[in-house]
Design a protein around this ligand. Sequence first.
Ligand code: ZN
Length: 371
Amino acid sequence: MSLLTLQHQVRRLSRLGFALLLPCVTILSALPARAWSALSAWGISRDGVLELRTPPATRLQAFFEDGNGAVGPRIWVDLPGAPQRSRTLVGNGAIREVRIGRPTDNATRLVIEFQPGTRLDPRQIKLVGTDVDRWSMDFGPSVRGLRAIGEGSLERPQGPSWRALPPPSLQLPRGPIPKLGDLPSVPQGRYTVVLDPGHGGPDPGAIGINNLRETDVVLDVSLQVAQILQAKGVRVLLTRSSEVDVDLPPRVALANNNRADVFVSIHANALRMDRPDVNGVETFYFQGGRSLSLAQSLQNQMLAASPGTPDRGARSGRFFVIRRTVMPAALVEMGFVTGQLDAPRLADPSFRRRLAVAIAMGILNYLVAYP
Ligand code: ZN
């Protein structure tokens, strides 16, 4: 158990009357340069409790700055490692917005900005370590009745198996890749599927072993899934078909506006470069029901295509693109670009073909089961 007291950020007023923050001293030297963000997942519950998941034994610092007139109070937590992208989430209730930023090259700052006039008592607000990798902070009685927000899964990846080193004999899967005729058939032109290759353009997503870039892997696989589904008579829309950056809301809008039957976001996972032992396939859904069935169908096919990689399961997650889409939606993580088993596979064009067929198969199986 650990417990951090909020530190009052010293505030000075500039001549313009704006709050001027002193720089934070939060650089942690224990991690290698350009480490991944230690912010693995976060969420704020309806009762105004912030929860964080980090790698075990992460060092955090939390700060408080009081509001001033039109500016509400804010709380921020600094963590080691850089986020993949800076972003702002619109809040609700007493929370105006939540920002994830990069104050230095090797740090993540999670900022919770409250509405002007929100009364917080910094003496009562503490960041409490509730487990080796979990943290919690109760904002107090004036921050209740929220709609829950967050990113990523606060559940710890289960079981010791996914950390086990893969057997060396299972490097590249063998055997024939299924042909178009081996895939299930669906009525021509009945279904619309939106495929969402993660990241793109200036945002390469995760970067792994031998500079394997997530954006390259997911774009190649996504384009192949699209081509396979189209050949099976499915209408396919891609949120991007080249190296361009597309923000998250337009990805969701494309699916919602076109009344897609299925939305699948395609990603590859990453951890710090010093964890090549972590490999595996996982699929996220936001709510149960059909999205869970879709996620399980995709997970089964990806596992079959990638023998020996750990099954990290079909799991609930709060990613924006699966939370805001109104049709059954799933986000696949096809393996770790930082994993010693997964990375060479993901770098291999024939394995990416195998994965594309697997994902297409997972979607078609779902469409057959839920016509
Ligand atoms: Zn990604």
